[in-house]
Design a protein around this ligand. Sequence first.
Ligand code: 5GP
Length: 190
Amino acid sequence: MKILEDRIRRDGRVRDGGVLKVDGFLNHQMDIALFSDMGKEFYRIFGDRRVNKILTIEASGIGIACLTAQQFGCPVVFAKKTQTKNISGEVYTTSVRSFTHDRVYDIIVSKEFLTPADRVLIIDDFLANGCALMGLVRLVRDAGAQLVGAGIAVEKAFQPGGELIRGMGVEVASLARIKAMDPVRGVEFC
Ligand code: 5GP
């Protein structure tokens, strides 16, 4: 998606350690007009699949998920990050390793909001090693819901997540795919 790639070239900052900072328009301050265009693009790709629920993970996925859900006319459910495993039996839960914070946390979704009747599109901001997306896929499968696919804003294609999750048979659509990046030369797209 050219406008997203252009924006990353203009306002993205590549940090040491393989992290792309996009705080000016995606991760901290949010450009809602851009999110709206991304939502339309996800609808163009997945709009005929009878999606009735968007699933994302707090916090950075929520904004993009909301503007996408507006296109689909459906609700957003976001997986909550929690320190302690909720064993009440009223939630689906799984563990996720954080790429940016280098730690493990649990994510939960209430059984009330993810059911076998749901046709789910997962939306997230980044796909890197695939841990976050894999966690969301597990929640959908645990719920017995139908996974339609995953829409990602920025895929770091030089990390293994994309290949891993496509290899599981999940349709992944990424709006910007980064082939390589470093702090001096910046970002190169696929
Ligand atoms: P994964 O679990 O695929 O390794 O990483 C996905 C999550 O880590 C995303 O939800 C995102 O929050 C964060 N993330 C991974 N790589 C980057 C990056 O280069 N920049 C930013 N801002 N976040 C990232």
